[in-house]
Design a protein around this ligand. Structure first.
Ligand code: FAD
Ligand code: NAD
Length: 439
């Protein structure tokens, strides 16, 4: 069904070669893409060596399975035989082997907490650990029955209305339940998904579309500026998850976040890669179909805008998406701001997302300058061309004043972002003055 090219993947010099966060991706052998893995898991082959039987695994037993051709890993109390998956793992065999014969939960969470391993590895499930590590009970279902939460975004408050299960007076307050009255770091709470309905889909360029999703009734999802969510879809029976950065519906609409009450819609600008795994499936959704949307993640802090005077945005391709809310917010809510400059790198003119909106916005607000740089222009193009380079940056990144408070945000393909950050350091921008967007 999905036509995945068969050359080695990631292709040489492709953006996929190096994962975000500096984690190296290894070249996978021919026939070892994610789609190939999904096909193998559907083939009916016995991937655990246990003929479908699930067993209780003791720690001693787990420790014995610590070789490449016999490698078991425990994640959140469940044990998987990952040997058949080794050659398909984008992070390579060595990364998996770091957790061989042991509890790999922490390692897994550090590298890719959002990957839905339960679905990806379900055919590799050996069983549960005999002594189950403490698992936090999910009290959400119970709480729903007695809780009513009202979000009052304009004043930054939530109001919790509690109802007694029985309308009697209490003799004593009782004892806190296990894991209640305790703080759990947000990174340990797990991602929560809600099913959102596709409301509209609009062409923005030849390959990029604006998707509008509607949140389920009475739910609340505020994605902070600079953060992303994960979209989840079943693809040939396996749940696939990819990160996307919500945008506002347009650059020109009056910017109302973060105080828009009862935010019902969430927008995404998504490029469809014809031979990609996820985006063609997303593109096939019909209006009214559902897609799961996670809670937000990301490390961008809005406090970076405090007293900001010069804001420089370097975006390449869909790396423009985090810049949308940043632009809206900066031009609306930062009184100290003197100048915003966007340098937008694309292959051709046809690839530029929201070009006319950007030009209109720059016309309307004189603090904004927009410059387009094309890496594969037609000969008639008389704007800037090439890839990110010292020459382009040193000319573009002129501060308003020598000592002005400045922030540079950069987002795009991994090699673009990495090269950009190196060049920014060479141009004496400090770590605090740079924010690079990665997963
Ligand atoms: P993939 O399957 O990952 O393929 C990507 C490319 O590799 C395609 O060109 C495909 O043809 C090629 N390829 C795939 N398999 C092979 C193979 N075997 N051999 C050779 N080539 C191959 N994207 C957006 O459009 N909008 C966003 O807002 C957005 N936000 C993001 C936020 C974050 C934090 C991150 C990290 C990424 C974001 N992305 C965004 C990118 C997005 O997550 C996906 O990577 C992108 O949509 C591609 O997914 P895919 O599964 O369709 O393609
Ligand atoms: P693209 O292939 O259309 O390239 C756009 C421009 O990026 C090119 O014109 C070129 O100037 C530059 N570029 C591409 N490859 C380069 C390289 N090897 N070295 C230097 N510059 C290079 O881009 P696309 O298909 O739209 O991809 C956008 C990328 O942005 C994806 O990798 C996506 O994952 C990433 N993205 C990340 C985030 C995030 O981390 N928050 C958000 C959105 C998109």
């Amino acid at each position: 069904m999905l036509n995945v090219p068969s050359q080695s993947f990631p292709a040489p010099r492709s953006q996929q070669r190096v994962a975000s966060g500096g984690r190296s991706k290894v070249p996978l052998k021919q026939g070892r893409s994610l789609m190939d893995w999904i096909r193998l898991t559907k083939s009916g082959k016995d991937l655990t060596g246990l003929k479908g039987r699930l067993i209780e695994v003791t720690e001693e037993e787990l420790k014995k399975h610590n070789k490449k051709d016999d490698c078991w890993i425990c994640i959140r109390g469940f044990v998987y035989n990952v040997s058949p998956y080794m050659e398909y793992h984008p992070g390579g065999e060595d990364e998996l082997m770091r957790a061989a014969g042991s509890d790999g939960t922490e390692l897994f969470d550090q590298v890719h907490r959002w990957v839905n391993y339960e679905s990806m590895l379900k055919e590799c499930l050996v069983g549960r650990m005999a002594i189950k590590p403490a698992v936090l009970k999910d009290y959400r279902e119970e709480e729903k029955k007695v809780l009513n939460v009202r979000v009052v975004e304009s004043v930054g408050k939530i109001e919790i209305v509690l109802q007694k299960k029985e309308n009697t007076s209490w003799d004593f307050l009782g004892h806190p339940l296990k894991n209640h009255n305790s703080l759990i770091p947000r990174k340990d709470t797990g991602l929560y998904y809600r099913k959102c309905q596709l409301i509209s889909k609009e062409d923005v360029t030849h390959d990029t579309r604006l998707f509008c999703l509607m949140l389920p009734p009475s739910t609340h999802l505020q994605v902070p500026i600079g953060q992303h969510v994960y979209l989840k879809l079943p693809i040939t029976g396996t749940e696939i998850v990819k990160p996307y950065t919500p945008v506002s519906g347009s650059l020109l609409s009056e910017f109302k976040e973060p105080v828009l009450p009862n935010n019902k819609y969430i927008y995404f600008l998504i490029k469809i890669y014809p031979t990609g795994l996820f985006t063609p499936e997303l593109d096939r959704l019909q209006i009214g179909d559902f897609v799961s949307v996670s809670s937000p993640e990301g490390n961008f802090k809005i406090s970076k805008f405090q007293e900001l005077e010069d804001l420089f945005l370097l975006a390449a391709g869909t790396g423009f998406t985090p810049m949308v809310k940043i632009l809206n917010y900066a031009l609306t809510d930062i009184p100290s701001l003197r100048k915003v400059k966007l340098m937008f790198f694309n292959k051709t003119e046809d690839d530029i997302i929201w070009r006319s909106q950007l030009e209109k916005l720059a016309f309307k607000d004189k603090r904004l300058d927009v410059e387009f740089v094309l890496s594969a222009p037609i000969s008639e193009w008389n704007g800037k061309q090439g890839h990110i380079s010292p020459a382009l940056l040193s000319e573009f990144l002129k501060r308003n004043l020598d000592k002005s408070k400045v922030l540079v945000c950069i987002c795009g393909p991994v090699p673009f972002t990495e090269q950009g950050v190196r060049l920014l350091h060479d141009l004496n921008f400090s770590k605090n003055e740079i924010h690079s967007f990665t997963a």
